[in-house]
Design a protein around this ligand. Structure first.
Ligand code: AMP
Ligand code: MG
Length: 353
């Protein structure tokens, strides 16, 4: 035997070190579940480096963004805008948020007001969220007169956004509940791309992480990013609105996508056999009754997908298909008779169960 004891020790340490460093260049799967923006935040990331650092950064981003846009948080920008309603000075927000609000207002205009974040006074009057979660036990419904009264304090056209200053008329309120989670998904995508490397990146260099792929969901808003290490497609389930514990089918997707669903099963209360859900038709002030049970949008922007899913739910089948086409997004509608209506692009990625 030629090997000395010293050489054997060397060999025994070099092999595991080589093996370990090879392993660290294969993306590893890391999952986490937490809460944020009033919903469950679930993350599956495929990462070279520290997966926990990635999911923690994403969760921090969601928490920070909630502090910026939640109307429930006194110090948020949205609370600032609401407190300044009727004041001559208007309320100054960040450039990023004011740019997003301009897109939000454009979608209100393009949907003829079916999507309108100034519907908040009517949303609060109905208080479906609290009724659905059992925080409000009352079976009382608002009267026609109360609804009319609150409707007079709504209308996206009455709001001015000049540079980064928002001017809201007196008595008006905004609530970004219908678009905020989509906006958060856009920011998560930027974080994954810019701060943590992309597929083409040569990282990690010491101490850094690079994200190979991720699927992140904030309630009904799902972001897919990059690829799985084995190259297989992302599978995103579409909930059956008639039986929300089951899926209608699956979307098979590659790369970056935003999948957003709005449905009458998400938050509702049943009173005297009638379902009152959380999506309000700004034209009537009542829960939208457009013959739709759910809308799923596939888009390349979280903000657009989230806003359009709500808008299309209110608009009903024909106008929803038109708006989806106008914005170049794919759409899947479930009607109240259980019929599935899809754009061509959606048809090519959806497989019914
Ligand atoms: P989503 O689940 O994304 O469709 O958003 C529904 C939430 O947005 C509701 O819980 C309300 O807070 C708010 N909302 C309800 N109706 C509308 C509407 N027509 N336009 C904008 N926001 C709405
Ligand atoms: Mg929405």
């Amino acid at each position: 035997m030629k090997y000395s004891v010293k050489k054997i020790i060397c060999f025994a340490t070099v092999v595991p070190v080589l093996f370990l460093s090879a392993c660290s260049f294969v993306p590893q799967k890391y999952t986490s579940t937490d809460v944020g923006m009033g919903t469950i935040v679930s993350q599956t990331v495929y990462v070279k480096g520290d997966g926990k650092e990635v999911t923690r950064k994403v969760q921090d981003l969601v928490n920070r963004f909630e502090e910026e846009i939640s109307w429930r948080i006194e110090t948020s920008d949205v609370s600032g805008i609401n407190h300044f309603a009727g004041k001559e000075a208007g309320y100054a927000i960040s450039k990023e948020l004011s740019d997003d609000l301009r897109k939000v207002w454009q979608i209100s205009a393009d949907s003829d007001g079916a999507f309108d974040v100034t519907i908040a006074p009517v949303v609060r009057l109905w208080n479906i969220d609290a009724k659905a979660t059992g925080n409000e036990q009352s079976d009382l419904l608002p009267s026609d007169a109360e609804i009319k009264d609150k409707l007079s304090l709504t209308g996206y056209e009455d709001v001015r956004i000049e540079d980064n200053i928002v001017y809201l008329p007196a008595g008006y309120l905004i609530d970004l509940g219908a678009v905020g989670k989509g906006m958060a998904c856009d920011r998560i995508l930027s974080l994954l791309k810019d701060e943590m490397g992309s597929l083409s990146a040569t990282r990690p260099i010491s101490g850094q992480v690079s994200v190979h792929g991720a699927v992140i969901s904030l309630g009904g808003n799902i972001l897919t990013y990059g690829e799985k290490p084995d190259g297989s497609a992302w599978k995103v389930g579409v909930v059956d609105p008639m039986n929300p514990d089951a899926y209608l089918g699956m979307l098979t997707l590659t790369g970056t996508n935003f999948v957003t669903t709005s449905g009458d099963y998400e938050r509702y209360v049943e009173i005297d056999g009638e379902r009152y859900h959380h999506i309000i038709d700004p034209g009537t002030g009542y829960p939208a009754d457009s013959g739709i049970r759910s809308v799923t949008i596939l888009s390349d922007s979280g903000l657009v997908g989230d806003a359009l899913s709500t808008a299309c739910f209110v608009l009903g089948r024909d106008k929803a298909l038109e708006l989806a086409q106008e914005y170049g997004v794919e759409i899947l509608l479930v009607t109240d008779t259980g019929e599935l209506v899809m754009s061509d692009g959606m048809q090519s990625v959806f497989v019914e169960k």
